[in-house]
Write a protein that binds this ligand. Structure first.
Ligand SMILES: CC(C)(COP(=O)(O)OP(=O)(O)OC[C@H]1O[C@@H](n2cnc3c(N)ncnc32)[C@H](O)[C@@H]1OP(=O)(O)O)[C@@H](O)C(=O)NCCC(=O)NCCS
Length: 219
């Protein structure tokens, strides 16, 4: 079962990370995948009452990957932690399916009272490098959290949040889907080609406005 979860996560890395060139590379070189593997084991121990052993396995995972995931945290399927170092996922955090987070992300608490005190993340959410999401807040499906944002209140679905404290930015014409780095690359991959297309369109518009001059009278 755990192997099946990891295998589909490897497939997700291949589809979503432009730097992932082969399955073997992902199995060997992606600490985010290793951290999720350690978490599956530590969570199994935790759920079976072996709390200290569960914490210890989680600690070993942290030692090897630089990613700290509490054994009681709930992770969805195809969860990707890209680069990974410095990620902290707290005890009562819950993460949906197809979530993609970068290094230095914290899903942390703001209170030491026991009970739910960490964020709940929806499906298809992207969280940029260094972002901090704090407290018992909910982040809706397809939301995007900008690099280094500090989010202290719940986020509606399909919303992009940036800054400290995080505020929503409008994303016109957004179609829910995954964009590498959370940044849409339409209308084309090369910004220079995009500028060139716009220049061509402007030129065609100007030409259309010019009065038509017969060829022989132009000479
Ligand atoms: C938040 C993010 C998803 C927005 O992408 P986008 O939809 O292309 O948005 P834009 O670039 O058009 O930016 C919209 C506005 O937000 C601002 N903005 C974008 N990202 C921001 C950030 N991280 N912090 C603060 N402001 C940010 C832009 O300056 C712009 O402001 P303006 O409207 O006043 O000009 C993207 O900028 C981001 O931070 N992605 C995470 C990337 C990452 O962590 N990469 C790590 C790779 S190792």
């Amino acid at each position: 079962m755990a192997l099946m979860f990891l295998t589909e996560t490897v497939r997700a890395y291949r589809q979503r990370d432009p730097a992932a060139r082969s399955n073997l590379e992902v199995w060997l070189c992606y600490p985010g995948l290793h951290a999720v593997g350690f978490h599956r084991f530590s969570s199994f121990l935790w759920r079976n009452g072996l709390l200290t052993l569960g914490r210890f396995v989680s600690h070993i995972g942290r030692f090897f990957t630089g990613i700290e995931i509490h054994p009681a945290a709930k992770l969805g399927r195809r969860f990707i932690i890209d680069h990974g170092m410095g990620v902290v996922i707290g005890e009562t955090a819950e993460i949906g399916d197809d979530v993609y987070i970068y290094h230095q992300v914290t899903l942390g608490g703001t209170s030491d009272a026991p009970g739910k005190r960490h964020p709940t993340i929806g499906n298809h959410v992207i969280i940029g490098a260094g972002a901090k999401l704090l407290g018992d807040i909910a982040v809706g499906d397809n939301a995007r959290i900008g690099a280094n944002a500090v989010v202290v209140a719940s986020v509606a679905a399909d919303t992009t949040m940036v800054g400290i404290p995080a505020r929503a930015v409008e994303r016109i014409g957004h179609q829910p889907r995954f964009d590498a780095y959370g940044t849409p690359c339409d209308p084309c991959l090369d910004p220079l080609l995009h500028d060139l297309d716009q220049l061509r369109a402007g030129l065609a518009e100007l030409e259309a406005r010019l009065p038509r001059v017969p060829r022989d009278s132009a000479a």
